[in-house]
Ligand binder design. Structure first.
Ligand SMILES: *[C@@H]1O[C@H](CO)[C@@H](O)[C@H](O)[C@H]1NC(C)=O
Ligand SMILES: *[C@@H]1O[C@H](CO)[C@@H](O)[C@H](O)[C@H]1NC(C)=O
Ligand SMILES: [Ca+2]
Length: 327
């Protein structure tokens, strides 16, 4: 609209100036020209401004889409919608979960005598390959970089590297974090959690901590960080003993937002699954923008989409930010 009305104005000026006798007013031609220039200039600037605005809006909506696979920007607090439900081994005390392409997950399980690293088929939940840990180890976070699977263990400094092709143990290393809880990777560094509020970055070659951030939401520490997943520039973390996933900036540890999803666990409990433990296990399929979630001893794995929590009126700090737990 602004362009049209300006053009109309500009045409009006032109026609107004036409009846003027240029011979009577030597200033007239140059005035007309300058008016024309001014209005052309203005209309060009406004068109350019609108064009650039449209480009910016398009690029914002494109970025948002690529981050979450949805058309809406991510709300500070999101809920979820279940897209698909798949079977999941109800004996798997899930401590690490990642998607490896070809409808396949790698999963790390915990508990003494039941810890493992396994290759699991999406769809059936069938365990296609498994490597059990010695009964003295409690399996924890797992991540895949190249063809190497990295796994940390709870309350021990022992960590393992496996060949992802056959789950054969390649190497043992010393976990550089005080404890082993979660692992994820952006393809360059390993991100790690140890159950505190610290997010670690570990160099996959030297296996040393290269960076650490205290994870904070509105200035307050977020404790009990557990299973991790790298999702397009953000590190997502299950917060232990809650129904919350914190979306953390890997750059400074600031919590950018929350996914609050009590419904999955509550739904399983309501369906008589009494033995289940907490939500734990996030896997992101970068190729198809699919997000998968499960929990410890859950009989199901869910493919979900994020939804804005428009009518959320709970206290996210009370729900998601508990005191640190002492073991
Ligand atoms: C994908 O998975 C199927 C079924 O497990 C398997 O037969 C096939 O070889 C896999 N393809 C690749 C490229 O790994
Ligand atoms: C596992 O696969 C690797 C190649 O990726 C091979 O070198 C190694 O021998 C295999 N290990 C076993 C136990 O089959
Ligand atoms: Ca994960």
């Amino acid at each position: 609209m602004p362009i049209k009305s300006l053009r109309r104005k500009s045409n009006g000026r032109k026609s107004n100036s036409n009846p003027r006798n240029p011979q009577n007013n030597t200033m007239a031609p140059s005035t007309t020209t300058s008016f024309r220039l001014t209005y052309r200039h203005a209309s060009f600037l406004i068109s350019a401004f609108l064009f650039i605005s449209v480009l910016i809006l398009l690029s914002i909506s494109w970025n948002t889409r690529s981050v979450i696979g949805s058309h809406r920007p991510l709300d500070p607090i999101c809920g979820i919608e279940v897209v698909n439900e798949f079977p999941h081994d109800p004996n798997a005390f899930t401590q690490g979960l990642l998607y490896a392409g070809n409808d396949t997950f790698f999963e790390s399980t915990g508990l003494y005598g039941r810890s493992s690293v396994r290759k699991v088929a999406l769809g059936t939940g069938k365990v296609e390959a498994i490597q059990n840990l010695h009964k003295s180890y409690f399996g924890e976070g797992l991540t895949l970089l190249g063809e190497r699977l990295f796994q940390v263990t709870w309350l021990k400094k022992t960590a393992f590297i496996y060949d992802s092709n056959n789950l054969s143990k390649v190497e043992m290393f010393t976990n550089p974090m005080p404890d082993g809880w979660g692992l994820a990777t952006d393809g360059k560094v390993l991100f790690g959690s140890d159950g505190t509020s610290t997010l670690y970055a570990i160099d996959p070659q030297s296996l040393k901590v290269v960076k650490r951030h205290i994870v904070r939401y509105k200035g307050h520490e977020v404790h009990n960080l557990n299973e991790l997943e790298y999702v397009n520039g953000e590190v997502w973390a299950n917060v232990w003993q809650t129904d919350c996933i914190a979306r953390i900036s890997g750059k400074d540890g600031v919590v950018l937002g929350w996914i609050y999803l009590p419904n999955l666990r509550e739904g399983l409990v309501a369906a008589e699954n009494r033995g289940i433990d907490v939500l734990n296990g996030i896997a992101w399929d970068q190729g198809k923008n699919r997000l998968f979630l499960t929990g410890k001893l859950w009989p199901k794995l869910y493919e979900i989409k994020l939804r804005p929590q428009t009518r959320f009126n709970g206290d996210i700090e009370k729900l998601c930010m508990h005191m640190p737990f002492q073991f």
